[in-house]
Design a protein around this ligand. Structure first.
Ligand code: ATP
Length: 244
């Protein structure tokens, strides 16, 4: 459904993406792994239209979306949960979730939106309990859940997640990964950017490893984990961390 071909993006002289190819199929959860500065966030931002690639093509179901405005890309069904969550802090949880459904309300989907709101509170009971609370007063894990729920309120076909476990305590990270694992059941295909490589591969159908803007390796979690070179270069340090 989502296809990226030969994508290039540079910040002035800094080449952040170099001939990147990627595919995401319906119902898949696919991880993009790589060290700091590998180009992961840049890749997500080119997909959501926040950055315009200098060359290459991004298409959804054969329709080119690269170069289109972010609002057009959201309408097409691609929604990003940005790094750092970026909720509207003074607004309540409920108001933040309603904002996620903004485009759908314009299309007259009010009944379906009300049903989806209830579905979100079932999926994230803590948000139901805090729906009248200002989003800025939620804990880090709760804010991440609210950011995911807000994105799901747009009824996305493709969900882009940038470092959802960033800055969260290990117990909360486990909770977030349980949520992420269930996301394909909502009907959205998921592209997940994570530094927490082992945990991400543990819930993914496939993974890509980005190094210095180039997509050099891809495969199933078993293939990636089974490759000694990759494990040592990209996954080994995490395994060592886990053993500590
Ligand atoms: P991290 O995990 O640290 O967020 P990343 O894999 O998401 O890293 P990007 O943030 O996409 O990597 O950055 C890719 C490269 O582009 C890096 O070399 C970075 O320094 C550079 N870069 C990112 N944003 C800018 C910018 N606004 N101006 C100049 N260079 C940038």
């Amino acid at each position: 459904m989502l296809k990226i071909e030969k994508l290039d993006y540079s910040y002035g002289p800094v080449k952040a993406l170099d001939q990147v190819d990627l595919e995401l199929n319906p119902g898949e959860l696919v991880s993009i792994l790589g060290s700091n500065g590998a180009g992961k966030s840049t890749l997500l931002c080119t997909i959501s239209g926040l950055l315009k690639p200098q060359s290459g093509c991004i298409s959804l179901d054969g329709n080119k979306i690269s170069g289109k405005k972010p609002s057009h890309i959201v309408e097409a069904g691609i929604v990003q949960v940005p790094e750092g969550r970026q909720l509207f802090g003074p607004m309540t949880v409920e108001e933040n979730l309603e904002l996620g459904a903004f485009s759908r309300r314009k299309r007259g989907e009010s009944d379906q939106i009300a049903r989806d709101m209830e579905r979100m509170y079932k999926m994230f009971p803590v948000l139901g309990a805090r729906k009248k609370q200002a989003a800025g007063t939620l804990s880090g894990g709760e804010q991440q859940m609210a950011a995911i729920a807000r994105a799901l309120m747009a009824a996305p076909r493709v969900l882009l997640l940038d470092e959802p476990s960033l800055g969260l305590a290990p117990m909360v990270v486990r909770e977030i990964f349980e949520v992420l694992k269930a996301l394909p059941e909502t009907g959205a295909s998921v592209l997940l950017v994570e530094q927490n490589a082992l945990a991400a591969l543990g819930i993914s159908h496939r993974g890509y490893i980005l190094t210095q803007g180039q997509m050099r390796f891809s495969g199933t979690p078993k293939e990636l984990m089974g490759d000694v070179r990759l494990r040592e270069a990209f996954l080994g340090s995490e395994r060592a961390k886990q053993k500590e």
